[in-house]
Design a protein around this ligand. Structure first.
Ligand code: NAP
Length: 321
């Protein structure tokens, strides 16, 4: 079977489609015929050897997948549509996945949308509910709002009763954020003043930051008293921002780290619990991942280059079969 592999750490240009042996499922694993793989930031970093995980070469890319179950077992039936999340290795025609990381795909979701669901939406849910302790009626400023985690956070925040202010780099991305449900859209240049105007000087209760870099200090300045800044990622790649802790004291604000993967993978049952909480939001249509583009498997590397070039809107997806 075919797999999307990293054979040397030279980035997306060096990715190869190779023939590998089919996996055999262990007792606690579900065998899945993969139809779609969602492109994710960890794929990009893994291809360059820049991710916190350093798998031995060669290894298969792919974090978010959607497909069909191969055989009955572990509570799943042959042919059932599912999505799943793995640390890496999902980008192959057939994979064996720990049952804890496999979720039945609701009828409302296409396979493309299924491949856009697990990592981004469960990260958004964890960020808002566990780390942000978001309450209905609060407001949130979302950086990188037209991207994968950004659109997932807009939709999840709206479903939880928050006001969502999206920050984007172009008017076109603003349209994507608006379509995802943002109440307000502001451009990145001068966003702090815009946010103050929208909140009548008060500031926002939450900031979700997937970008890092230059926006960090102005994000802190955009918080209302008792506000929480959620550190989710560093897509700008400009180095890790630093915080002068007197700002936290003076304004009674928090900076909170969001490390969904490590938290979720270490707690048996937590992923299923999260999934059960978001399924009703899928069924009511509050969650509907925007798909930016679907690439053939041969263009997996190109999809990663487009993500890197900030061309992605919503989630990019690759068709494996
Ligand atoms: N902590 C966790 O548990 C967790 C979980 C999932 C993902 N993440 C991290 O979250 C980050 C975002 O992931 P994503 O899937 O949402 O990515 P994405 O779809 O590419 O969105 C990221 C957004 O960041 C903005 N951006 C600013 N500078 C950028 C740059 N130099 N390159 C690329 N984008 C840039 C872009 O918006 P504008 O062009 O509008 O500025 C882009 O839409 C990544 O760092 C990822 O590793 C963390």
């Amino acid at each position: 079977m075919r797999a999307v592999q990293v054979t040397r750490l030279d980035g997306p240009e060096a990715i190869e489609i190779v023939d590998v042996a089919e996996p055999v499922a262990a007792p606690h694993e579900v065998l899945i015929d993969v139809h779609r793989v969602g492109i994710s930031f960890p794929d990009l970093l893994l291809s360059r050897g820049q991710y916190q995980l350093k798998p031995e070469l060669p290894f298969t890319l792919g974090v978010d997948v959607a497909g069909t179950v191969v055989e009955d077992g572990n509570g799943f039936t042959a042919g059932q549509r599912v999505c799943a999340v793995v640390p890496y290795g999902g980008g192959a025609e057939r994979i064996a996945v720990n049952v804890d990381f496999v979720f039945p795909l609701p009828d409302e979701m296409s396979l493309d949308e299924g491949a856009a669901l697990p990592m981004n939406y469960l990260t958004a849910h964890f960020a808002l509910v566990v780390r942000g302790q978001a309450q209905p009626g609060e407001s949130i400023l979302i950086h990188g709002a037209a991207g994968g985690v950004g659109t997932a956070t807009i939709q999840t925040a709206k479903a939880l009763g928050l006001t969502a202010i999206a920050v984007v780099s172009t008017p076109e991305k603003g349209e994507v954020a608006k379509a995802a449900g943002a109440d307000h859209v502001v451009l990145i240049d001068g966003f702090k003043d815009e946010v103050k105007a929208i909140t009548e000087g008060r500031g926002v209760d939450l900031v979700l930051d997937v970008v890092g870099g230059d926006v960090f200090t102005d994000s802190l300045r955009s918080l209302a008293p008792l506000g929480r800044l959620l550190v989710v990622g560093f897509a700008a790649g400009q180095g890790i921002p630093e915080v002068k802790v007197n700002r936290l004291l003076l304004n009674n604000i928090d900076v909170r780290g969001v490390g969904w993967g490590d938290y979720a993978m270490r707690r048996a049952g937590y992923l299923k619990q999260q999934w059960n909480e978001i399924v009703p939001l899928i069924e009511t249509g509050s969650i509907k991942p925007p798909i930016g583009a679907v690439y053939p498997v041969e263009e997996f590397g190109q999809a990663l280059l487009d993500l890197d070039a900030r061309k992605a809107v919503g989630k990019l997806v690759v068709a494996i079969r």
